[in-house]
Design a protein around this ligand. Structure first.
Ligand code: ZN
Length: 460
């Protein structure tokens, strides 16, 4: 293998190929302290270098695992001692911003938060937003079609990408850096690389679509007597806000209690005595009265009995404190390791579904902890489940509790996290045989030797 390393060193500069301790002192995930095992980590600086690395690896049948910010939750970056890890971390330049066309062209290794801040400097907004913003890379966001907190208003990553450049398994560079919103000239090839988890090509550059930055944000935290009330309120608030609703984050009491109880230091905006809570946010125009309108419709909701209790943010620090409650997911692990879930299903099935998952868990592990929250307007629910055992057998049993009840209602085993290694056995619960067969045919056409991110997405 040393001749492969030598050949890679011929392509890249001194710091472009890491081996030995430089590999094993790095961790595989921002949360989990498990060292990376790999033949080497290559860190190209340009698309041409990525292409040369892949061409070499393709000729040798060498497997390549792409790494971005390592914040994914389905083990989509898993690698082993025989893999070459391709990190995009040195491709971190914002190449162009067009404030008139409202687009930005960036390299794949730019952190999401940097994109958001760069857009902000130009009075614009990149709407994609998720808790991992400081660490995740846009290339990873694209490869996994990341969702997050504003999907209800702006869609997923797919809806905010206009063009991209990707390198195929054999080193062919496909440059498709479209900057127009309309472009129906043949197949829209970018979708081959969005949400395909690095199995069809390595994304090297991306053109993202920007929006006007909101002049103001109106935020509130409301409590509900039951889930039916939550769904009725969703329709009410969306209608009253006339398209300005940009977040509708639902917290179940188990999660709200967790993140507002010591050692968590969040202050409760409403008492912890209700089954459901919602963090609501609306984009404001900054026009006189926008904030007053928001308060008025929240007050009206209270009067009409559409909500049980509510607090409206009066300052940016109120607003941040409300979001901090939603984002305090590190407390998932207070009682030890937890299995994390990301599923989707029709809103009308959600209440019964959550009840069914908890009933199944109760039956087997009466002492379990299950924390629940979701972007429910997108049909998306997350669970963090601790059953006092984090072994593979327990994991499979908990998976069955969460995934099996999805099938009768046409739900998905992955709403926004992807399939990776962790969910591949469950893909057939959400996709038909012909769908999976077509996925395999696309994979075989683009990566006939199967060198790109092997073992991900497809059932073994
Ligand atoms: Zn989420």
């Amino acid at each position: 293998m040393s001749d492969l390393i030598d050949a890679l060193r011929d392509i890249l500069d001194d710091r472009g190929v890491l081996t030995g301790d430089d590999v094993s002192t790095r961790m595989i995930h921002v949360w989990y302290q498990r060292p990376i095992e790999a033949l080497c980590i290559v860190r190209p600086r340009t698309t041409e270098e990525v292409a040369a690395v892949l061409k070499l690896c393709h000729a040798r049948g060498q497997t390549v695992v792409p790494h971005g910010g390592l914040t994914g939750l389905v083990q989509g970056c898993n690698c082993g001692p025989g893999d070459v890890v391709l990190s995009l971390e040195r491709m971190n330049t914002v190449e162009d911003i067009d404030p008139v066309g409202r687009t930005m062209t960036v390299q794949a290794g730019v952190p999401l938060q940097v994109l958001q801040e760069t857009a902000d400097e130009h009075g614009l907004m990149f709407p994609l937003d998720l808790g991992a913003r400081g660490s995740c890379h846009i290339g990873g966001n694209v490869s996994t079609n990341a969702g997050g907190n504003r999907v209800i208003r702006f869609g997923m990553t797919r809806d905010n990408v206009l063009g991209l450049e990707a390198v195929l398994a054999d080193g062919t560079v496909v440059t498709s850096l479209n900057t127009m919103i309309k472009n129906n000239a043949g197949y829209d090839l970018k979708h081959l690389f969005i949400g395909t988890e690095g199995t069809l090509g390595i994304v090297t550059r991306v053109v993202i679509r920007l929006r006007e930055a909101p002049r103001a944000l109106s935020t509130a935290f409301a409590a509900f007597d039951d889930f039916k009330q939550v769904t009725a309120f969703l329709r009410y608030i969306d209608r009253e806000l006339g398209g300005a609703l940009c977040a509708f984050e639902v917290l179940w009491r188990d999660f709200y209690e967790l993140v507002t109880t010591a050692p968590a230091d969040n202050v409760r905006p409403v008492p912890c005595e209700f089954p459901n809570y919602v963090l609501i946010e609306a984009l404001g125009t900054g026009a006189d009265g926008a904030g007053e309108h928001f308060e008025a419709i929240m007050g009206e909701a209270l009067e009409q009995g559409l909500i049980a209790d509510a607090a409206v943010a009066r300052s940016e620090s109120d607003r941040k404190a409300m979001w901090r409650i939603r984002d305090s997911v590190e407390h998932f692990f207070r009682y030890g390791p937890a299995f994390l879930y990301d599923v989707s299903l029709g809103i009308r099935f959600m209440d019964d579904y959550v009840g069914e998952v908890k009933r199944r868990l109760d039956e087997r592990w009466p002492e379990h902890h299950c924390f629940t929250l979701g972007h429910i307007a997108d049909g998306n629910i997350h669970f963090a489940i601790n059953v006092g055992d984090d072994g593979a057998d327990a994991h499979a049993l908990v998976n069955a509790c969460v995934y099996e009840p999805l099938q009768p209602v046409g739900g998905s085993v992955s709403a926004e996290h992807g399939i990776g290694t962790e969910k591949r056995a469950y893909l057939p619960l959400s996709r038909g045989a012909n769908e999976i067969d077509l996925m395999r045919r696309v994979k075989a056409a683009l990566d006939p030797k199967g060198i790109l991110n092997p073992g991900k997405v497809f059932p073994a």
